[in-house]
Design a protein around this ligand. Sequence first.
Ligand SMILES: Cc1cc2nc3c(=O)[nH]c(=O)nc-3n(C[C@H](O)[C@H](O)[C@H](O)COP(=O)(O)O)c2cc1C
Length: 214
Amino acid sequence: MSSQDYKNYRREYQAGDLRRQDLALDPWQQFAHWLSEAETACPLDATSMSLATVSASGMPSVRIVLMKSYDHQGLVWYTDSRSHKGQDLNNNPQASVLFYWQPLERQVRISGVVVEVPAHTADAYFVSRPRASQLSAAATPQSQVVSGLIDLETNISQLDNNTSGKVIERPKPWVGYCLQPTQFEFWQGRPSRLHDRFSYERKDSAWAINRLAP
Ligand SMILES: Cc1cc2nc3c(=O)[nH]c(=O)nc-3n(C[C@H](O)[C@H](O)[C@H](O)COP(=O)(O)O)c2cc1C
């Protein structure tokens, strides 16, 4: 394999800037403002976020999930609790998520503690999904080694036949998780690496805001 050299692979970030006077005092307000701009600038995947978890042995792991809702309690996503991330969260309920909105040259990093959402909330979300996605979630054990695609497709079509004309119940392992933040960081790319960064750290019921060096 020929080795590739990326040392000149860079660009200037110049879509905007972030000044202290522009920041909301509440990080949720700041997040809402940036997310609404991201929905316009990145219409396909504005709510996709990289989710980092850590295993019982301390091994970090990261993957993308879709944020399905947020409020002042936290950010919610849905997944199979038997998956690697589910096992990690079971052992260590701390996580970090990252949104990267490339056209805006912005990233938001949010860390905190993860709790499961109530069963009735997960039920309501599961019911709202297309039937094909419900079948796939119910018939495939996420992140387990399987013998082949054909087995997965067979499981799905068997479940489809067995539940024909009926509502598909949310599988118990399919749950919602809510990240309750203790820390936010907002990053705006700027020319010549002089990026703007502000962190919000939870201090009792208030948020301490600090500029960070790029
Ligand atoms: C754009 C995108 C959105 C995704 N959304 C979800 C999601 O909402 N929930 C989920 O469980 N996996 C989602 N995935 C798949 C995960 O990245 C991952 O493959 C899966 O959850 C298994 O991860 P784990 O083995 O680390 O638990 C998404 C992947 C991509 C690329």
